[in-house]
Design a protein around this ligand. Sequence first.
Ligand SMILES: Cc1cc2nc3c(=O)[nH]c(=O)nc-3n(C[C@H](O)[C@H](O)[C@H](O)COP(=O)(O)OP(=O)(O)OC[C@H]3O[C@@H](n4cnc5c(N)ncnc54)[C@H](O)[C@@H]3O)c2cc1C
Length: 402
Amino acid sequence: MDMNFSPEDLAFREEVRGFLSQKLPDRLRDGARRTPGVFVEPDIGMEWHRILYEKGWVAPHWPKEDGGTGWTPTQKFIFEKECALAGAPAISILGLRLVGPVICEFGTPEQKARFLPRLLSGEDYWCQGYSEPGSGSDLASLKTAARLDGDEYVINGSKIWTTHAHHANWIFALVRTDTAVKKQAGITFLLIPMDQPGVEVTPIHSMSGDHEVNQVFFSDARTSIDNRIGEEGAGWAIAKFLLENERGGSCYAPRLLKSIDKLEELAETQPSGVNGAIAHDPRFRDKLARVRLDAEALEFTELRILAELAKGRRPGPQTSLVKLLGSNIGQEIDTLRLELLGPDALQLPLERPLYGNEAPEPVGSELAQTAMGRYLNNRAATIFGGSDEVQKNIIAKTVLGL
Ligand SMILES: Cc1cc2nc3c(=O)[nH]c(=O)nc-3n(C[C@H](O)[C@H](O)[C@H](O)COP(=O)(O)OP(=O)(O)OC[C@H]3O[C@@H](n4cnc5c(N)ncnc54)[C@H](O)[C@@H]3O)c2cc1C
């Protein structure tokens, strides 16, 4: 595998760098840096979304004819990496990266015309209704029911851990339309408007006090039959297509490496209490070096996946490997950050947001203000999008043949 970028790719990288230096406002970098939640808030994310939309760069993962950029896999990687290095907010994956590609792949021409332009422009904000109380890893056991009444589905049941449901005006959901068949065969993929009396959203606060996830209740909620993606009972294949994008769509390593750079910089100034700065403590240096090596190895794995994609192959089970490693390395970084900051990290402000004019003054540094919240929120990274154990099962079965 040739690891060097071609002259065209290097020219593209310059173009991306130029765009970021001109169009990414400090206000958005600041908001992204000072958000302890897993997901960037819509005021930050949507502003960046609109800037990318105006440039025509908001949906690199869509087919060009549907509004994508037509970039090669390498160009997509370069774009993601440069955005990470520049500290750009990571915009919500729920619309553009999850339901968008589903509509591009399985939607009718009418559905594409109705939903895709509003996804691109950011007029619609989406959330994902897969998990239910009792159906997470074993998703096919889901019970939320939909029955056809004339030309509308009537939906009853509940979804849980629904990220940003309190901001969304649409939810894409897996629902059970048949209980008499094998459980996977009775699932249908529906798009449901949130703004109706039959949909209630109740907040779930995380350990850090952040409100990112919710429980959503459907009580005779309705959606038109025109909002069904694919045939009735075909939802499982669509769900799997989406999960592969969810697990494999990320480009973890550049953001992880940027966080490690920051830790190394900080270690030069934080006193160890024994031997000058922590950077001179061999035990801490060893930990930092290990996490850097892991993140660099992950970057090579991501580049290997890229090489597969460039040959037109699907990424397959390697996406599970990347999800498993990326989320675990992220948690190691969170732990090292706390260790490095020492007593300064023992603060958990509950005001939100921690950016902008109304933000509370940090005790110590800005980094210390968000470190504990970040650590607590990111415990979820090894659960959402498929838990560690589930990823290990996939790797054991499909890669190791166990
Ligand atoms: C912050 C956050 C945001 C989320 N956002 C969304 C969202 O927007 N939309 C959505 O639909 N869902 C969302 N989820 C839900 C997420 O996908 C589920 O939490 C996840 O799939 C795990 O399901 P569960 O919580 O029901 O745990 P369970 O499936 O009950 O698992 C409990 C434990 O058992 C282990 N386990 C389960 N099955 C096996 C097995 N076969 N072998 C070995 N171990 C096993 C798991 O690894 C875990 O440790 C979110 C979750 C979190 C934490």
